[in-house]
Design a protein around this ligand. Structure first.
Ligand code: FES
Ligand code: FES
Length: 167
C-alpha cells in the first residue's frame, strides 16, 4: 500500500492505495465520485476524463499514486454554489446528450478546451473532442453545446485546464 494525499473537488483527502489502483477506481470506489464513468478501460472513449492539476486526463490511464499531491476536479466539482458550470448549462440547453454516458467526459474535455481556446471554431471543437466517443452519435449537438458555452462565457470562468494528455 502507498499513502497518497490529494485534493478532489476542493476537499483534501488522504488514503492508502494499492500502487496498481487506477485514478478512476479511486475516485469511484473510495470517494463515491461515480459521475466519472468507465466506458472502455483502455483509454479510448474519454468517459473517465477529469482534470489533474489543470490538465484533462483520462483517469483510467492514470494511477491513483500519480495523483499524489495533485488537485483533481471531476464532473461533480464543476458546479459552484448550486449553479451549473456554463458548459453543463449549455449541454442541457442544446440537448448535447442522449443517454448521457459520455457526458461527464465530454463536459470535462470541453471545459479544458474552452480554457485553452475560448473561441474555438467548429473544426477546433471537433478536433478537441476527438478523444471522447459518444455511442449515441450525438456529436452535432455536443459541438453546438460547446459553441453555445463559448458564446455564454464572457471570460473563461472555468477552472484552469489544458487539453494535454487525452488523445
Ligand atoms: S474509460 Fe477511460 S478512456 Fe474509456
Ligand atoms: S449521449 Fe450516449 S454515449 Fe454519448
Amino acid at each position: 500500500m502507498t499513502r497518497i494525499s490529494l485534493t478532489v473537488d476542493g476537499a483534501k483527502v488522504a488514503d492508502d492505495v494499492e500502487p496498481r489502483m487506477l485514478l478512476v477506481q479511486y475516485l469511484r470506489e473510495r470517494l463515491g465520485k461515480t459521475g466519472t464513468v468507465i466506458g472502455c478501460d483502455t483509454s479510448n472513449c474519454g468517459a473517465c476524463t477529469v482534470h489533474l492539476d489543470g490538465t484533462s486526463v483520462k483517469s483510467c490511464n492514470v494511477l491513483a499514486v500519480q495523483a499524489d499531491g495533485a488537485e483533481v476536479t471531476t464532473i461533480e466539482g464543476l458546479a459552484r454554489g448550486g449553479e451549473l458550470h456554463p458548459v453543463q448549462e449549455s449541454f442541457r440547453e442544446c440537448h448535447g446528450l442522449q443517454c448521457g454516458f459520455c457526458t461527464p467526459g465530454m463536459i470535462m474535455q470541453s471545459v479544458a478546451l474552452l480554457a485553452e481556446n475560448p473561441r474555438p471554431s467548429e473544426e477546433e471543437i471537433r478536433l478537441g473532442l476527438e478523444g471522447n466517443l459518444c455511442r449515441c452519435t450525438g456529436y452535432h449537438n455536443i459541438v453546438r453545446a460547446v459553441q453555445h458555452a463559448a458564446d455564454s462565457m464572457d471570460t473563461p470562468a472555468a477552472p484552469a485546464a489544458t487539453t494535454g494528455g487525452v488523445s
